[in-house]
Design a binder for this molecule. Structure first.
Ligand SMILES: NC(=O)c1ccc[n+]([C@@H]2O[C@H](COP(=O)([O-])OP(=O)(O)OC[C@H]3O[C@@H](n4cnc5c(N)ncnc54)[C@H](O)[C@@H]3O)[C@@H](O)[C@H]2O)c1
Length: 296
C-alpha cells in the first residue's frame, strides 16, 4: 500500500475526479477527509469508501468560505490527528464569451477555484509543518495551459492555479512540503449512457442507440486526443497517488497534463470554419490543376 496510514484531505470529493481520487487513495491505505457542498453525494462516497474498509470523514463544505474550511481542517485534526496530503480538487467551470460573463459567475469561479485553493493551502501548511513534510496536489485543467474560445474566466482561474503551485513549491521546499499540479484534459465522469439519447426515440430505438453509440459526449471529445479516447477519473487518480506518495519525493513545482496528448499534438482538429476554408482552397487548387493539366 503506497499511502498506508497517511491522512489525505480531498475537496470536491462527492463525485467525478475527486471521488475517483478518494477511492484509489482508500485502496492505497490512506485515511480520508472528503469535502464537497452536497452532503448527500458525500455520504454516498463515504459509504463506498467504508465498504473498502478504509477510514473516512465527510464534511459538507463550501471551499470558498473561510469559516467552513476552518471547520473542515479542525474536524480532520480531531478525527485523524494531523494531515499529510491535500488535494485541492473542487472546481467549477463556465462556458461564456467574455462580454456575456455575469459578475456573480466571475465571483463564483474565483471563490471556488482560486480562493478554495488558497484557503486549502493556508490551512494545510501549519498542519504539514507539524508532520515535517507533506504533499499538496492542485487540480488545474488543460484550459490553464492552452487557450480556447468561451473559457476566459475558467482559464484565468486554472492558469492561476498553475502559477500559484510553482510559487508555493518554492516557498515550501524548506519545509519538505511538495506542491504539484495536475491538468486534466477531457475526463468522462460516467453516468447514465442514455442521457444523451434523443427523447423522441422509441424504447427499442433508444436501447439500440445506447448499445451502438454509448454516450454522445465521448464521441464528441474522443477525436481531439491523439490517443483517440477520453480519460476517466482513475487516470487522474493514478498520478495523484504517485504525487501523494514518497515515490515522488524528488518532484515539486511541476505541472503535469493528463490529456491523451491533446496539448502536445500539433495537428489538432481545426475549427469547423477553418476546415471549410481549407477544403474550399484545396478544391479550387485541384480544379485549377485539372483544368490546366497538359500531357507530358
Ligand atoms: N472533468 C473534466 O473533464 C475536467 C477537465 C479538466 C479539469 N477538471 C477539473 O477537475 C476538478 C474536478 O472536476 P470534475 O469534472 O470531477 O467536476 P464535478 O462537477 O463532477 O465535481 C466537482 C466537485 O467539486 C465540488 N464543488 C464545486 N464547487 C464547490 C465548492 N464551492 N465547495 C466545495 N466543493 C465544491 C462539487 O460538489 C463536486 O463534488 C475541477 O477542478 C475541474 O475544473 C475537470
Amino acid at each position: 500500500m503506497r499511502l498506508k496510514d497517511r491522512v489525505a484531505l480531498i475537496t470536491g470529493g462527492g463525485q467525478g475526479i475527486g471521488r475517483g481520487i478518494a477511492v484509489l487513495f482508500a485502496q492505497e491505505g490512506a485515511k480520508l477527509a472528503i469535502a464537497a457542498r452536497s452532503a448527500e453525494k458525500l455520504e454516498r462516497v463515504k459509504e463506498e469508501i467504508l465498504a473498502q474498509g478504509a477510514e473516512v470523514l465527510a464534511v459538507p463544505t463550501d471551499v470558498g468560505v473561510r469559516a467552513q474550511m476552518e471547520n473542515l481542517f479542525r474536524a480532520t485534526r480531531v478525527r485523524f490527528g494531523g494531515l499529510d496530503i491535500l488535494v485541492n480538487n473542487a472546481g467549477v467551470g463556465l462556458g461564456a464569451p467574455v462580454d456575456q460573463v455575469k459578475d456573480e459567475d466571475y465571483d463564483r469561479l474565483m471563490n471556488t477555484n482560486l480562493r478554495g485553493m488558497h484557503l486549502g493551502c493556508h490551512l494545510a501548511v501549519p498542519m504539514m509543518r507539524e508532520r515535517g513534510k507533506g504533499s499538496i496536489i492542485n487540480i488545474s485543467s488543460v484550459h490553464g495551459v492552452e487557450g480556447s474560445p468561451g473559457n476566459t474566466v475558467y482559464a484565468t482561474t486554472k492558469g492561476g492555479i498553475i502559477g500559484g503551485t510553482r510559487a508555493l513549491a518554492a516557498e515550501l521546499a524548506p519545509d519538505h512540503i511538495r506542491v504539484n499540479v495536475i491538468s486534466p484534459g477531457a475526463i468522462y465522469l460516467g453516468g447514465d449512457p442514455g442521457h444523451s439519447a434523443p427523447a423522441q426515440l422509441s424504447p427499442e430505438a433508444r436501447q439500440q442507440y445506447i448499445d451502438r453509440f454509448g454516450n454522445r459526449s465521448i464521441i464528441v471529445h474522443r477525436y481531439f486526443q491523439p490517443l483517440e479516447m477520453v480519460g476517466e477519473p482513475v487516470d487522474i487518480a493514478y498520478l495523484a497517488v504517485y504525487l501523494a506518495s514518497d515515490e515522488s519525493r524528488f518532484v515539486t513545482g511541476q505541472e503535469i497534463t493528463v490529456d491523451g496528448g491533446l496539448t502536445t499534438y500539433m495537428a489538432k482538429t481545426p475549427r469547423d470554419d477553418l476546415r471549410q476554408k481549407r477544403d474550399r482552397d484545396l478544391a479550387e487548387l485541384d480544379a485549377f490543376l485539372q483544368a490546366n493539366r497538359t500531357e507530358s
